[in-house]
Design a protein around this ligand. Sequence first.
Ligand code: BES
Ligand code: MN
Ligand code: MN
Length: 458
Amino acid sequence: MQGVKNYINEHQQRFLNELFDLLRIPSVSANPDFKDDVFEAAEFLKTRLEEAGADHVEICPTDGYPIVYGEKIIDPSLPTVLVYGHYDVQPADPYDLWHSPPFEPTIKNEKIYARGSADDKGQMYMHVKAFEFMMRSNQLPCNVKFMIEGEEEVGSGNLGPFCIANKDRLKADIVLISDTSMIANEVPSIDVGLRGLSYIEVEVTGPNRDLHSGVYGGGVANPINILAKMIASMHDENNHITIPGFYDDVIELSASERAAMNEAPFNLDEYKDDLGVKEVWGEKGFTTIERTGIRPTLDVNGIWGGYTGEGSKTVLPSKAFAKISMRLVPNQSSDKITSLFKNHFEKIAPPSVKVVVKPHHGGEPVVTPTDHPAYLAAADAMETTFGKKPIPTRGGGSIPIVALFEKELGLKSVLMGFGLDSDALHSPNEHYGLFNFYKGIETIPYFFENFAARMKKS
Ligand code: BES
Ligand code: MN
Ligand code: MN
């Protein structure tokens, strides 16, 4: 890839300005207040893809937010890379914990601070700029299709149907995604697995109205007390999850696979320091890398009810709520785990309360192959630009659509991410390193070159 570094140097300020313009659009998919902004982000991308040289760029409507599609077919007999990413972002709340406003991108210590800087606007936009470079320098070595969605952060509910309805248009040889992390800038890695997800909301109702906690306290079940106890009972003293059947389908790795996993550089003291915790926590018998990579989890994401305002109000609340997520690993099924949870939750509820379990979105876990020409192309590309072979790792997060690409389109994915776990994804002060942004733009063209070459040979 002749001249990629020069091209980046020459255009670095413009690349950054464009990304900043995208980051200024608060495309929060979870909150309908931002509806117009989400559509605006799709429009923005369409224009940028066209400018970069893509053909047939289209904003494809769905029942939710649109999918931006564009392509460059240089020769139908050549291989095709389908680039997937998302232009929606997580809510920026709580705003007061941000050191600079979430939708006014700011550079501090060589990092771009903004909601979506790493997840996924900054990473997705690297592909647009890498494509621009290959087009302008006449070096695009194979076909490329872009499919950028606006609902990843809310479960990609409309992307599955879109894929099924557009099987022909989406024909490709591999899906390329930059929406994951590396171990460190000096320790490049590629995720070869993602966890699945079951996401559930529960409602616990005690008395039919809020009560005086003195007049009735002690005589009626407090739904918050009950909910807290039910949640606490879902982990045992070894931090195993107590839902019957929860681990039945979990694939246990062999001792040698686990040993290989644990050879990846990981500094427990730095991990604790970074998070401000004295000790880590997790399932007995597993290391932190294993706990976040190959083991399922159950976590409360939010819990509410009763009085949380200023001062004190003596109230015995009528209702308590929680949002609970379970991260799943191969070969667990999201639907099955959701129904195991529901049955268990209803069973452990005492007769003094009523419970309602509402399943939200879910997604299946995946493992991606390390012997696929596309994985090897990505590994070689990173070796070229980082000077080090990337380590295969298992990511703890979820991109539910990856399993669907395989099921509906028969396509494997390569998770060539350039972020870091410490980028504060979904948290206040999300950031993305300038190094990572430009390194991604530099690496992607090598992926294309290597992939086209490897597919020719095979
Ligand atoms: N990009 C993340 C997933 C991710 C981050 C994977 C870092 C590996 C490393 C993605 O945008 C995300 O946040 N997914 C959600 C799932 C979705 C259904 C809301 C998640 O993992 O919580
Ligand atoms: Mn993402
Ligand atoms: Mn995310």
